[in-house]
Write a protein that binds this ligand. Structure first.
Ligand SMILES: [Zn+2]
Length: 253
């Protein structure tokens, strides 16, 4: 498609690339090699997502591919095979152009659901370890400390394992259409997680909070004590916490 990248987009893409490089640093344990991807969602139909095969640790602004959210969501509804889905992802007018990440469909669905901002998808080891132990539900449903509520809302979405790419995007779309997709954190069983925020830096902050809580739950074991639901509601509705949430450029509700 013809690029409509604006100066504002360029600035956002530079910040997103900088954040992606931080997210991809080996010590962070969020991704290895070409794992993970990031998208910058614009207020209109477009979004910018990392090209297939790029490394977050070395990401440059030119590694983003611009795609149409509506076109991808329509493709998710209509495609039934990986070959069909590839046709949607490939730019027919420019077949030599870089292909968007195979997870571009997931970014399209979440961007349509959660609005403009940045979506960061990673595969953090502590989050995967907790899910491998059958404890993903705890990370999605429980809140352990006040800042967990401030940054991740009162609960996260937990999606069963689905084949990455078209099938995962279809299931995400089903969940959104069922009205259960409104959270800035999506946990993907056996795969990883997704964080949405108003800026790239905030999306990384949310990711790091989820990783921290996964580590906390692993260290505390199965008897980990969560905040009572009354305290979670209290934090979620405090005016001063809403103020902090706005300053942190989060969208957690
Ligand atoms: Zn992934």
């Amino acid at each position: 498609m013809v690029s409509h990248t604006t100066a504002a987009d360029d600035q956002e893409l530079a910040l997103a690339a900088e954040t992606a490089r931080a997210a991809g640093a080996p010590g962070g344990d969020l991704v290895v090699a070409a794992e993970g991807n990031i998208s910058v969602q614009t207020p209109d139909d477009r979004f910018h997502v990392t090209a297939s095969g790029t490394r977050l640790s070395h990401l440059r602004p030119s590694d983003f591919v611009e795609v149409s959210r509506n076109r991808l969501v329509a493709g998710i509804e209509q495609c039934s095979t990986d070959a069909d889905w590839k046709e949607v992802l490939v730019d027919r007018a420019n077949p030599a152009a870089a292909r968007p990440s195979v997870e571009a469909g997931l970014h399209a669905v979440l961007g349509a659901e959660l609005g403009a901002g940045v979506i960061l998808h990673t595969h953090p080891t502590p989050v995967l370890a907790l899910m491998a132990a059958g404890r993903g539900e705890e990370l999605a449903r429980q809140r352990m400390i006040p800042d967990h509520v401030v940054m991740c809302g009162t609960r996260s979405v937990l999606l069963d394992y689905h084949d990455p790419g078209l099938e995962l995007a279809k299931q995400a779309l089903n969940l959104v259409r069922a009205g259960t997709g409104c959270s800035n954190v999506w946990l993907l069983e056996g795969h990883g997680m997704v964080a949405h925020a108003l800026t790239a830096h905030a999306a990384l902050d949310v990711t790091l909070m989820v990783v921290k809580m996964a580590r906390l739950l692993l260290a505390a074991g199965r008897d980990a004590v969560a905040l009572p639901s009354s305290e979670v509601r209290r934090i979620a509705t405090r005016e001063d916490e809403s103020y902090r949430r706005a300053l942190l450029r989060l969208d957690a509700g």
